[in-house]
Design a protein around this ligand. Structure first.
Ligand SMILES: [Zn+2]
Length: 125
């Protein structure tokens, strides 16, 4: 059940504007389930474990794709088109930068990764 953020009136699924005050309705949801989440976490962990971490970019993309493609914002489902092979080059570069400065570059890796992930998120029209 959702409510208008301006006047508090109840808004129903599929409504784009509040019927009372006309404020645009923004609704966000995630429609993944427990089973899918557990299976995806296990598969991602196995990908990392059985490749000694080399395939981490593919595991990240696999998990990101699952999370992002179950996200719906204002009735629009998001899509993720990032692939492990696209991320692998950055991954190697970031790893080497961490090596040459004793891991300090690690603070920059997570924001760079989030930025890369965000650049591959789109919404279905
Ligand atoms: Zn309203």
């Amino acid at each position: 059940m959702a409510f208008c953020r301006k006047c508090g009136n109840q808004v129903f699924d599929g409504e784009v504007f509040c019927k009372t005050c006309g404020t645009p309705v923004t609704t966000s949801t995630w429609d993944g389930g427990v089973f899918d989440t557990v299976i995806n976490s296990i598969i991602s962990s196995l990908i990392i474990t059985f490749t000694c971490g080399i395939a981490t970019p593919w595991a990240i993309c696999y998990m990101m794709k699952f999370v992002i493609e179950h996200t719906i914002i204002n009735g629009r489902r998001l899509t993720f088109d990032g692939r492990g092979d696209q991320l692998f080059g950055n991954w190697i570069k970031w790893f080497l930068l961490c090596l040459v400065n004793c891991g300090i570059y690690g603070f920059w890796v997570t924001p760079r990764l989030y930025k890369w992930v965000a650049s591959h998120i789109h919404s279905v029209e």
